[in-house]
Design a protein around this ligand. Sequence first.
Ligand code: FAD
Length: 306
Amino acid sequence: MREYDVIIIGSGPAGLTAAIYTGRAQHRILILEGAVLGGNVALTDQIDNYPGFPFGITGNELIENMWRQAQRFGAELKYEQVLKLENKVTNKKVVTAGNEYYARAVILAVGAKRKTLGIAKEEDFMGRGLSYCATCDGAFFRNMPVAVVGGGETAFKEALYLTGMASQVYLIHRRSEFRAAKTSVTELFKEPNVILKTDKIVKELQGEAMLDSIMLEDVKTKETEIIKAEGLFVSVGMVAAGEFLENLLDNENGYLKTKNDKTLETSMAGVFAAGDIRSKTVRQIATAVGDGAIAGMAVCEYLQRL
Ligand SMILES: Cc1cc2nc3c(=O)[nH]c(=O)nc-3n(C[C@H](O)[C@H](O)[C@H](O)COP(=O)(O)OP(=O)(O)OC[C@H]3O[C@@H](n4cnc5c(N)ncnc54)[C@H](O)[C@@H]3O)c2cc1C
């Protein structure tokens, strides 16, 4: 059976919350996930700002709890990357590499992913020293010098995580001020193995088979310097992850516009958006969960009206 009441694309906190709400209303639901269960939360070491856990919780534990809750209400999960969404007369068609699925409503919860630096050899060194996720790959760099590029909250979290295993952590940022919270900045700079490189950009990646060092350029003086770093963690912002949608739905730089905050329905009837993929100001677990609940409830009402 490839027919469902609701297909949820993405298994991050938005998708899993939508699954809890729609599953609890006894709809037949399928979650399609193209990578790992839990989205960006599963790639986060420690979460301190999601309410209900006074001493924080690991990303894996939080996702495991959400998934078990969704399963309790009948959620089915398949690991398949969605390649296309089509509007049909009576339903929606969702196409993956090997299958076609149909549903009366779709919730898009595909989130956002890391921006690349856009410099030469970036793809060549991917998985050979260059990574976009310290929690996933940090352990490969035990006792080695590494660098993190970025000045936001995520970059600081990644750098702090790496201080516990790498011999040295360079933090490279193109400005001298940071977007990260003051507490995160203070916490990182307490660590003895952190070296700050402000007003610098990554100019060149160097090494044979594996990354070995990085050439930095000063944005003001244009002077260059080479630092020894066998790992480089890129954390320079996020981009919307719904490229398979092309321009099917109204969006702002790929982030989906919703008709209103009450239903989170997109420009296509029966297709809803929740979480980081939505055009909004705060992209956090708490807001993703809120979106998942709103979209989940709205879908239930939509199905009743059909
Ligand atoms: C390193 C890092 C640390 C963070 N720390 C915190 C924190 O401490 N506190 C906090 O509140 N927030 C934190 N955030 C932000 C938080 O993780 C996100 O706001 C939240 O995960 C958004 O949830 P989501 O469900 O919208 O999307 P995501 O968690 O991004 O999940 C989207 C899912 O959709 C899947 N997907 C995408 N495209 C497709 C496709 N075509 N087919 C099938 N599946 C697809 C992805 O593989 C992914 O699993 C952090 C983010 C990062 C990157």
